[in-house]
Design a protein around this ligand. Structure first.
Ligand SMILES: CC1(C)Nc2nc(N)[nH]c(=O)c2N=C1O
Length: 160
């Protein structure tokens, strides 16, 4: 079993319900256990495409699925929940991004792990810290060193 962290994001079609459904689907994945999810946070859209605020969270679970099998499973859940890739960095019903796969560093045409935004996105770092304050990235950086007061103030806790 490998411990993995997945970022959840949604800003269309009842985003909180989208994340609830995604959490149910993640818990149904084969060969996984120890599922935990952070609180939900409201965040201002990153990027310059006008769109509604996001609801973000991070989930943790252990899996026997290989990285690309897990990626396929995440993309299937996104599609089941109506994900349409119309505009790059545009609004979406559900985004599931594989942030970390154990301590592995993966670089393939389909998958880069750790996720390229993991060190800069407050809507990833704050929920990650909630799940594991002492988390150290494969490069050796502790996530606690990456979080600023400005990041904390930019996110609004929705519900634990
Ligand atoms: C469009 C882009 C880059 N911006 C985001 N902005 C926020 N706040 N949350 C996201 O999940 C998110 N996802 C994205 O893909």
């Amino acid at each position: 079993m490998t411990g993995v962290y997945v970022a959840l994001g949604a800003n269309l079609d009842s985003p909180e319900r989208q994340l609830d459904s995604a959490c149910m689907a993640l818990q149904q994945l084969p060969r996984q256990n120890s599922f935990r999810v952070s609180s939900y946070y409201r965040s201002v859209p990153m990027g310059d495409v006008p769109q509604p605020d996001y609801v973000n969270a991070v989930a943790y679970f252990e899996t026997e699925l290989a990285p690309l099998e897990l990626l396929d499973a995440l993309q299937a859940i996104e599609l089941q929940q109506g994900r349409q890739r119309l505009v790059r960095w545009g609004p979406r019903t559900l985004d599931l991004d594989l942030l970390l796969y154990g301590d592995e560093q993966i670089q393939t045409p389909r998958l880069t792990v750790p996720h390229y935004g993991i060190k800069s996105r407050e809507f990833v770092l704050i929920p990650l810290e909630e799940l594991n304050p002492s988390l150290v990235l494969p490069c050796g950086t502790g996530i606690a060193t990456l979080i600023t007061d400005a990041m904390r103030q930019s996110l609004q806790l929705i519900h634990p």
